[in-house]
Design a protein around this ligand. Structure first.
Ligand code: FES
Length: 259
C-alpha cells in the first residue's frame, strides 16, 4: 500500500551553502522508525511520479509527528521547494525503501558511520538510534569545503566526529578513506552513504568487514515500477540479475550490487 499525505511545513532554513533543513508534520511520521529510508516529494503540481524527488530522512520525532530532511538546492525543483514557507504543504510518499540494519551491531560494539556530502543526513537518525541501543558511534563526514559543512555539533553530541574537507579548508584534508586510515579507527560495523566513488572506495577497502552501503541513485517512481534505479548483482556473469535501489535498497550489504 502506498503511503501518501500532504505534509505541513513547520520550519525551513538554510544551514550551509545551498543546503536546506526542512521540518514537516504528518501522522505518517509514526511509521518512520527505520533509519535510512527515504521520502518521495512532489514539488511540482504534476501528478507524474517521475517528477517526484527522493530525499532521505535525517531525523524523526515520532511523538510530535515531525520529520526533518536536509537537501541540496541543485535544480529547478529543489529551488522551488526551498521557497516554501511554514504552513505550506508538500505531497509526500513514504517512508520508502529498506534502511540500515540496526541489529547488525550489538550493544557495546562500535559502529563507524561514514558520510559524504548530501549522503550525511540519513546517518544522523541512524546514529541516534544506535546510541540509544548502547552502540558506540564514530562519525567521519566528508564535504567539499568549509561552507558545505553541516550538523557537526549534532553528530558530535552523539559520538566522536571527524570532519573532512577535500580542500582542507575545515577539519582534516583529503578523502574520508584517508582519515579512517590515518586515525587508525577500529570498528565492528560500518554504515555509509554518499557519492558512488566514495562507496566504491569503501567497498574495496573494507570488503571483509560488516559494511552496509546506502546508494544515492537517480530515481523515478520510487516504488519499483519504472526500473530507473536498477543496479546489477555482483558476480552475475549473465548480466541479468539486478536489484532496484528504491525497493530492494537503498541500503545493501557489502558485495551485493555493482557500484
Ligand atoms: Fe522506479 Fe526504482 S525508481 S523502479
Amino acid at each position: 500500500m502506498i503511503k501518501k499525505d500532504l505534509f505541513i511545513i513547520m520550519k525551513q532554513e538554510t544551514i550551509a551553502e545551498n543546503i536546506m533543513e526542512l521540518t514537516c508534520t504528518s501522522p505518517l511520521t509514526k511509521q518512520m522508525t527505520e533509519p535510512g529510508q527515504f521520502l518521495h516529494l512532489r514539488v511540482d503540481t504534476s501528478e507524474d511520479l517521475l517528477l517526484r524527488r527522493p530525499i532521505s530522512i535525517c531525523d524523526v520525532d515520532v511523538e510530535n509527528e515531525t520529520v526533518t530532511m536536509l537537501y541540496r538546492i541543485d535544480g529547478k525543483g529543489t529551488k522551488r521547494l526551498s521557497l516554501k514557507q511554514p504552513g505550506d504543504t508538500i505531497n509526500i510518499l513514504g517512508p520508502l525503501g529498506n534502511g540500515f540494519p540496526l541489529e547488525a551491531t550489538e550493544r557495546g560494539e562500535t559502529a563507524l558511520l561514514v558520510g559524504g556530502g548530501i549522503g550525511v543526513p540519513p546517518l544522523y537518525y541512524l546514529s541516534k538510534q544506535l546510541t540509544e541501543r548502547g552502540v558506540k558511534v564514530i562519525h567521519v563526514l566528508g564535504f567539499q569545503n568549509q561552507v558545505n559543512v553541516f550538523y557537526e555539533n549534532e553528530f558530535s553530541a552523539l559520538g566522536e566526529t571527524f570532519i573532512v574537507t577535500a580542500d582542507g579548508s575545515y577539519g582534516e584534508k583529503g578523502f574520508v578513506t584517508d582519515v579512517i586510515k590515518q586515525k587508525d579507527i577500529s570498528f565492528d560495523t560500518m554504515y555509509t552513504c554518499g557519492p558512488t566513488p566514495m562507496l566504491s572506495a569503501l567497498q574495496t577497502a573494507y570488503r571483509e568487514k560488516r559494511l552496509y552501503l546506502s546508494l544515492e541513485e537517480r530515481m523515478g517512481c520510487g516504488v519499483g515500477a519504472c526500473f530507473a534505479c536498477v543496479c546489477h548483482v555482483e558476480g552475475d556473469t549473465t548480466q541479468t540479475l539486478y536489484r532496484k535501489v528504491c525497493t530492494d535498497g537503498p541500503v545493501f550489504p557489502v558485495g551485493e550490487v555493482v557500484l
